[in-house]
Design a protein around this ligand. Structure first.
Ligand code: HEM
Length: 259
């Protein structure tokens, strides 16, 4: 929560609950963490104490995007790892599905990211999943007038009711973030938003809010523009409050501080 410094990889100690255990982070996949730990261990064998966990995260994330069909960019390196990881610092620093576009823009602005960066980065939802609880309020008892969020394609909403029943939904069930091309990093996500096929309320609002809808339109129309804006925004995101020089440390193990 102090920028791009791999603080989310730290395990909790008896004394301190780490960021990883903040409520909002509990859904992060365990095998995702393993990828970073294993890449770092392999690096430490060849070249100990040189590449930080935060650089490993930035490079691995770039590689994942490229592997699933997205662009490849040069990741600026030289980050150092943070010395603080506290669950209590997470709230208010991560975006949530019940926030308005203006609240989200303020949050991104506070990290030096623009509304355009936010729209481009949300394009990450071209892959991956969301748990039922993240979109259930949209498909049951939305408000006094509408049972289903009227901005949502009604057939799409109803199709989500099977895997996510109103009573006792299974907390491990997930839905695809990008309905049409869920395993490809492409711009179909934006096109889907324009058709009411956004899964999360915040995804859908990007295509409707006057501050963001033009960007959605541009990125839906031109995949190269999406890739261009996405790469620029990822480089910015990877530099948020970055630690260099004598700040922080180069961790030996990504899940614990050196001392
Ligand atoms: C704009 C505000 C955003 C909101 C409200 C938001 C919210 C969410 C939520 C609720 C999920 C599902 C979590 C779960 O149920 O496990 C999710 C998934 C995901 N988000 Fe976002 N997100 C936002 C922006 C971003 C950004 C900026 C990125 C990356 C740069 C991103 C990358 C992802 C990815 C890759 C997944 C899939 C994770 C998986 O499959 O395990 N999101 N997001």
């Amino acid at each position: 929560m102090q920028g791009c410094d791999a603080s989310v990889l730290i395990s909790s100690s008896k004394k301190k609950k780490a960021e990883r255990e903040a409520e909002i982070n509990l859904s992060l996949a365990g095998d995702g963490y393993d990828v970073f730990f294993r890449a770092k261990r392999a690096l430490e064998l060849q070249c100990p104490g040189v590449v930080s966990c935060s650089d490993v995260m930035a490079i691995t994330t770039r590689d994942l995007v490229t592997l699933v069909g997205g662009p490849r960019w040069e990741v600026p390196k030289g980050r150092r790892d943070g010395l603080v990881s506290e669950a209590s610092r997470v709230e208010g620093n991560l975006p949530q599905v019940n926030q308005t576009i203006q609240q989200l823009i303020s949050l991104f602005n506070s990290k030096g990211l623009s509304a355009r960066d936010m729209v481009a980065l949300s394009g990450s939802h071209t892959i991956g999943f969301s748990h039922c609880k993240e979109f259930m309020p949209r498909i049951y008892g939305y408000n006094k007038t509408f049972d289903i969020d009227p901005t949502m394609d009604q057939g799409f909403a109803k199709s989500l009711r099977g895997p996510c029943p109103k009573k006792n939904p299974n907390p491990t069930v997930v839905a695809l973030n990008d309905l049409t091309t869920p395993f490809a990093f492409d711009n179909a996500y934006y096109d889907n938003l324009q058709k009411g096929l956004g899964l999360l309320a915040t995804d859908q609002m990007l295509a409707l809010d006057p501050s963001t809808k033009t960007y959605v339109k541009i990125m839906a129309k031109d995949q190269q523009m999406f890739f261009h804006y996405f790469m620029a925004a990822m480089i910015k995101l990877g530099q948020v409050e970055v630690k260099t020089g004598i700040e922080g440390e180069i961790r030996h193990d990504c899940d614990s501080f050196n001392s």
